[in-house]
Design a protein around this ligand. Structure first.
Ligand code: DLL
Length: 433
């Protein structure tokens, strides 16, 4: 099957814009009358629903921040009574209070359909066996993918995370053709499989991996594809926008954002000005059809670029490029901005470097220091001391030229750095401890 819903996925752009405008206008009127929060915010911003006369007028509306959700914990931004809710999810809130999201039956429908379109665009469908190794529970990854995979008629293995050896046995016994998990967990699965004497590439039917929930680099994709013999697709979403929602298609040229569900803007994080397609900034979304917890101009904090050209696959909806990281994950080292994903991309271009690394930032004598601990491949690790010194020098030079910051490099034995079952934590910022 080429598209799950070709009528909407290949809709002419002008028609999509008209539809978005209609949905936006309806949403704004609804919120003005239904939500104290949005009513107040719009009044403060001096904007009335009648002022929304074009799609670009979305820019007149006030922004919403993660702190708004925390400040209204647990459910004070919901616009439906509890009886209308069919589910809650709760984000773990690495920085402070957790946030609670609620769903009506229709919200679950929209979420599921978005993932059905996405999974079909990754070449999956009836006959596929999809192992869902995202966490099930309060996290949106497991149940989100589960519903999407069932909707397209695939067979789901709901393994959730953990118990990795058993995951590999089930992958073989039940002939999984696809896996959905974080990229860091797939690395771990691949390693554990090797220890069990199993080659994912040769001994399983796995051919696709739906990877996201954390930043990962293009070079990591190449390594995963080559090593495990799968096509690796980027999947994006956040709990506030339902959960995992959008993926790349088989062209692997950016993540398709279904325009009938969400309106994308890229904002300059410093000036708050909207940026045109092709310019890098902070992803901001308005969810056009969301009942329980409406989301308008939500400043997600992820850094990306928008593409507005039509994809070679024929889908007309806007795309975003791979997320580089979150504004608040950016490390400022001696005044220079560094994203952990840049470090990953640089390291994965060095053949002697294995797949795991750790970044340690500290402050010594009032100066920031950056230490990058790098696992070597088994072959490189058995090299002579002199060769190791050369590898260390090479890694330090590559990092210096990519980041414009000096990094101390420590080479470590393969298999010694932490492994992850959910989202990876590769940065230790001792300045914040
Ligand atoms: O991580 C939802 C999800 C589940 C997405 C499964 C994909 C797959 P949260 O826990 O609310 O929701 O975290 C959302 O994770 O703002 C990004 O910073 C990061 N993130 C998610 N997907 C990607 C990705 C889920 N593909 C936050 N690349 C987002 C980079 C990602 N970062």
């Amino acid at each position: 099957m080429k598209c799950w819903d070709p009528r909407i996925e290949e809709i002419p752009k002008e028609e999509l814009h008209r539809l978005q405008y209609r949905l936006l206008k309806t949403l704004v009127y609804k919120l003005y009358s239904l939500s104290d929060f949005y009513h107040r915010r719009m009044k403060e911003a001096g904007v009335h629903p009648d002022d929304i006369r074009t799609l670009e007028d979305v820019q007149k509306l006030p922004f919403m921040y993660k702190s708004d959700l925390r400040d209204h914990y647990p459910d004070r931004l919901f616009t439906v009574p509890q009886e209308e809710l069919v589910r809650y999810h709760v984000s773990s809130g690495t920085t402070g209070k957790p946030t609670v999201v609620g769903y009506t039956q229709r919200d679950i429908e929209n979420w599921t359909n978005s993932l059905a379109r996405a999974l079909v665009s990754c070449g999956l469908g009836r006959g596929d066996v999809i192992q869902v190794s995202y966490g099930y529970g309060l996290f949106t990854g497991g149940l989100g993918l589960h519903y999407g995979a069932e909707r397209i008629g695939a067979t789901v293995i709901p393994t959730s995370t953990g118990n990795t050896e058993r995951q590999i046995e089930l992958m073989m016994d039940l002939k999984a053709t696809a896996i959905a998990c974080t990229p860091s967990y797939l690395l771990h699965i691949g390693e554990v499989a090797e220890k069990m004497g199993v080659s994912i590439k040769n001994d399983t039917r796995l051919r696709a991996a739906i990877l996201g929930a954390e930043p990962w680099s293009e070079r990591m994709r190449n390594r995963i594809q080559e090593w495990l013999g799968v096509k690796a697709y980027d999947i994006y979403g956040t709990s506030e926008l339902y959960g995992p929602l959008f993926t790349e298609c088989h062209e692997q040229q950016g993540i398709h954002i279904w325009g009938d569900l969400a309106l994308v803007e890229i904002i300059d994080p410093e000036t708050n000005a909207p940026l045109p397609a092709g310019e890098r900034g902070e992803l901001t979304m308005t969810v056009l059809q969301k009942e329980a917890l409406p989301i308008v101009r939500f400043r997600i904090g992820d850094i990306t670029t928008m593409r507005d050209d039509v994809c070679a696959c024929g889908r007309t909806h806007p795309r975003i490029t791979r997320i580089e990281g979150r504004v608040d994950d950016m490390l400022i080292i001696r005044g220079i901005n560094v994203f952990p994903s840049q470090i990953e991309h640089t390291l994965m271009g060095i053949p002697e470097v294995g797949r795991e690394f750790q970044i340690v930032v500290d402050r010594k004598a009032e100066l920031d220091s950056l230490l990058v601990r790098v696992e070597l491949t088994h072959e490189a690790f058995s090299d002579r001391i002199k060769d190791l010194m050369n590898i260390r020098k090479k890694v330090a030079e590559r990092l210096q030229s990519a980041l414009l910051v000096n990094a101390e490099v420590e080479l470590v034995e393969p298999g010694t750095l932490p492994r992850f079952e959910g989202k990876a934590k590769r940065v230790v910022d001792r300045r914040k401890l």
